[in-house]
Design a protein around this ligand. Structure first.
Ligand code: ATP
Length: 323
């Protein structure tokens, strides 16, 4: 069975002022996002900074309430769950963040940080059981036992991200949304953390949604790849087919912008092959979201938004003139 799917999901942020009937107005960033993920698989989400990857990740977990569309988790529409059911469901879906140290409470020991989610997800556990579970999680992420009594400021970036992962797995989830989990780390540490996630996936049967602007890292870890541009999904494909031949001109531009591996450079940003004006996600163009920058643009692209359509072999693309 599919673990999680989204249909036409719309996620945005409140804007100042009130709308109709005094309601808060929400400006959508992510529009009509559709995806599905099976247990134990990894979906990589790529796209330039600001295209809405994080917003989609948070909308899927209902950390930001979607304004339209639906999310189905293990066959159940998340919007229909009672508070109690949602609390239980939340244990199954976790998130880790880009800045690992900022994500940890500086006043708590690592044992406290890692065991804390259990108070919500499994309130029936005794203190000793919670402690054992937290120690098990720390062991699974490769941290020595004596780390349990340490504080976040004593950690390197890579160690802090391991603690973030331990906190995410302590409730035995089925899915972890990884939001740029290695972008803030030294290049030499990035591979260790990615390999840890792949190892945990194998051992615990985890599904991962791996959000990154780094196409090389996404290639390494993903089974499926999804490309976002200005809040919209423009391409979806199995990993090998995607990297062999991207179908959307935007995907191609992203790939051409991948920097050569260079250990002296901290992190390469995509974008150098992407010329032209980048519209604001708050005011996307009427046609294709890539029309203002596409080297193959035709008049139709500026007026009609192409829908995501099936191209066979489990591939989908939103382009009037795909490769
Ligand atoms: N809390 C917020 N309130 C209002 N707008 C926001 C908020 N967070 C993000 N945005 C806007 O939403 C858009 C998408 O941001 P998001 O962080 O989802 O992009 P992203 O693809 O994850 O980029 P990055 O790789 O830089 O994190 C951006 O234009 C951003 O300015």
């Amino acid at each position: 069975m599919t673990l999680i799917s989204a249909e036409n999901l719309e996620v945005g942020y409140p804007v100042p002022g009130k709308g109709l009937f005094g309601r808060t107005r929400v400006l959508p960033i992510v529009r009509e996002a559709t995806l599905s993920l099976d247990p134990g698989r990894t979906l990589g989400i790529v796209g330039e900074s600001g295209c809405g990857k994080s917003t989609l990740g948070r909308g899927l977990l209902r950390l930001i309430e979607p304004t339209a569309g639906r999310v189905v988790w293990q066959g159940q529409d998340l919007a229909n769950l009672s508070k109690d059911q949602l609390r239980k469901t939340r244990a199954g879906m976790q998130i880790i963040f880009q800045d690992p140290i900022a994500a940890l409470d500086p006043r708590m020991t690592l044992l406290k940080i890692v065991s804390r989610p259990l108070a919500t997800f499994e309130p029936g556990l005794t203190a000793a059981q919670s402690r054992d579970r937290a120690m098990e999680a720390l062991r699974l992420v490769g941290l020595p036992e004596d780390f349990a009594s340490r504080y976040p400021h004593e950690l390197s970036g890579g160690q802090a991200q391991r603690v973030g992962i331990a906190r995410a797995i302590v409730g035995r989830p089925s899915l972890i949304v990884c939001d740029e989990p290695v972008s803030a780390l030294d290049v030499s540490i990035q591979a260790q953390v990615v390999n840890l996630l792949m190892d945990l996936q194998e051992r615990l049967g985890l599904a991962l949604i791996f959000i990154s602007h780094n196409l090389a890292v996404v290639r390494h870890i993903s089974h499926e790849v999804m490309v976002m541009c200005l809040g919209r999904v423009v391409e979806q494909a199995p990993r090998d087919a995607f990297y062999a031949k991207p179908l959307h001109p935007y995907s191609r531009a992203l790939m051409e912008a991948v920097p050569e591996p260079d250990p002296r450079r901290e992190k390469g940003r995509v974008g150098s092959a992407l010329q032209g004006e980048l519209p604001s996600p708050l005011a996307p163009p009427p046609g294709c979201v890539f029309a203002t920058r596409c080297p193959k643009v035709q008049p139709l692209c500026r007026t009609d938004r192409p829908a995501l359509r099936d191209m066979g072999e489990s591939r989908q693309v939103a382009c009037h003139y795909p490769e």
